[in-house]
Design a protein around this ligand. Structure first.
Ligand code: ATP
Ligand code: ATP
Ligand code: MG
Ligand code: MG
Lengths: 160, 165, 165, 160
């Protein structure tokens, strides 16, 4: 399977509702410094269930779009929808944060518990609980190169 | 537990030698990389040694390699781990920062080749034009100054290439 | 001891605002950066807060800035510290790794401007052609495969520019 | 003052005797991965007296050029000479490592003690003991950006 498209709403620097895609087999994300490229990766990491401590925000509320034009009474909620394609069928994974900072998970439109959400992703081979080797954050490559032998053992243990 | 660890080690270890050679091939000669258990009888108490030797260079420890050489070695490890724990897609953020033009091209060509197999999808953030010109499609992100937010534009490079041809 | 620390803080603090604005200027509008003592009465027991705001962007902590924005902020800090403790030369290794083309040009132009003042010499390692094409001279390093060692070639860019003109 | 040229002998990947320069006011060092650019910076750091723990080698002997063509009986010594120009006058700073791994310092050809060497460099404004802000190693910029407020205080303390 593969990512068909992403739908972002008020997620980090992506104000309003934005549809990004379609994604082919090899997509390069480009743009100037500060444009929002790493935030797009954060959106993918977020929608596949990464825990907030691993995302670049201190708490879930930090992930909701804020602008200096805000009056202060905005009650924005944020969401990222992953439209995943497998064997010709589309499955929608949606993760939201309410304006109060409460999280919610939906699969194909139905609200589900976090465990069910992760289970559904797992069926497509997306294992966010085990090892995040498929999400390579900015700077991770030099960190990997600098790992000591014992750190590599720990890494292999997590993978197996 | 020990079994699963050794199974992971064997798969990754075999794959890393293959991938590293492919990523470093120059005129048919690739570099050599291998993983070794410091103590095969007590794998958890001891480390895993990763040695990577760029082509035509003598044996050195990882911390004696240059910035770009270490990036290529780290990428080989990522791909080897993926062989053991395959995911349907890979998302990478500026992994080419320390690579020179030749290595950028090699990594981009390897990713393109893997993507074309149809079993692995790539979304790769890059600032380098000789990397992203090799992608199938582009997602361009720019800042809308008045709204103070990010906006995107999607471009299918394959479609354009076909039209030009 | 406290006096020396506060003297350093004041000089660096004043300079950082100046340099950061210069490094981020777009159509006459630069970003804002400043240092602040978390507790001015007990400077050693508390931290120094560094805030950098790229132009037209709202106040955010350093760890919320992007990779390239943080690089520019860090460079401003390096130059500000240098103002307090001047050295006759600066040696830098691939500081432009995370910078986009526009920022690479800005940093290269700033360095060129400081070098032309004649009080500070720069030796900067870079993989980016839009950085090094702005230098006065180039030292090219390549690998002699048979001898297995590094060799160098020096090129005076100013001389060539003069000849072409 | 400024760096006029460097003379390297068997230092890291620089086999044999090599003269690098002249250096102008703004020199860019370029070349492919693994060519030896960072090693050149190590040479400058070495000749201005940086301690070996801060250089990328575990002990001084690692800084001596080695090749796979070696028979094993080579007794190479390594040296880096900085030809420094100030007010029209040249001063040569030379730091060597004997084949046994013993260090030696020379100013204008005369052997001196380490303290004298550092003192002479200090007169030209090259302070390797205080703060290395003028030597920006590969990766230091992102490290700087990631410093906590207390770490910045420590840095400012070292500088002042
Ligand atoms: N909740 C939020 N609301 C609005 N803007 C945000 C929010 N969180 C982060 N940002 C902004 O997003 C920008 C960072 O975007 P990002 O890190 O994705 O950039 P980038 O394209 O990866 O840049 P670089 O090439 O420098 O790494 C910052 O300027 C930050 O101010
Ligand atoms: N004592 C030594 N003798 C011979 N070669 C050495 C010695 N020490 C290091 N090297 C070699 O120097 C090379 C590293 O050079 P260096 O780190 O300067 O490269 P670089 O030009 O900075 O590359 P990059 O752009 O990837 O950072 C390595 O291949 C290493 O094998
Ligand atoms: Mg980024
Ligand atoms: Mg280097």
């Amino acid at each position: 399977g593969r990512i068909k498209r992403l739908e972002l709403q008020n997620f980090k620097s992506y104000g309003g509702k934005q549809i990004i895609g379609p994604f082919g087999d090899f997509t390069a994300v480009i743009g100037p410094n500060g444009a929002g490229k790493s935030n797009l990766m954060d959106a993918i990491s977020f929608v596949v269930g990464l825990q907030s401590k691993e995302l670049r925000g201190r708490q879930l509320k930090d992930l909701i779009f804020r602008s200096s034009n805000d009056t202060g009474d905005e009650e924005r909620s944020a969401s990222v929808t992953l439209v995943y394609e497998n064997d010709g069928q589309e499955t929608k994974f949606m993760r939201c944060i309410s304006d109060k900072g409460i999280g919610e998970y939906r699969v194909s439109g139905r609200v589900v518990k976090a465990e069910v959400y992760h289970e559904q992703l797992k069926r497509f081979g997306i294992l966010t609980k085990a090892h995040l080797g498929f999400l390579v954050f900015q700077g991770y490559v030099s960190e990997l190169a600098g790992k000591s032998p014992m750190e590599l053992t720990t890494l292999f243990e997590q993978v197996s | 537990r020990k079994e699963r660890f050794l199974e992971a080690f064997n798969v990754i270890s075999e794959e890393i030698t293959k991938v590293y050679t492919e990523l470093t091939e120059v005129d048919g000669i690739g570099g050599t990389a291998y993983l070794s258990l410091e103590d095969p009888s007590e794998p958890f108490l001891h480390g895993i040694k990763y040695n990577a030797m760029p082509p035509a260079k003598r044996f050195r420890d990882m911390d004696q390699l240059s910035g770009g050489e270490r990036t290529v070695a780290a990428l080989a490890l990522l791909f080897a781990i993926h062989k053991f724990r395959p995911s349907p897609f890979f998302v990478m953020d500026e992994v080419d920062a320390a690579l020179d033009n030749v290595n950028v091209t090699r990594v981009a060509d390897y990713i393109r080749m893997r993507a074309q197999e149809g079993l692995l999808q790539f979304v790769v953030i890059s600032l380098k034009d000789n990397f992203y010109e090799r992608a199938h499609g582009l997602v361009g992100i720019f800042r809308d100054v008045s709204l103070e937010c990010s906006r995107t534009v999607t471009l299918d490079l394959e479609k354009h290439a076909a039209e030009v041809a």
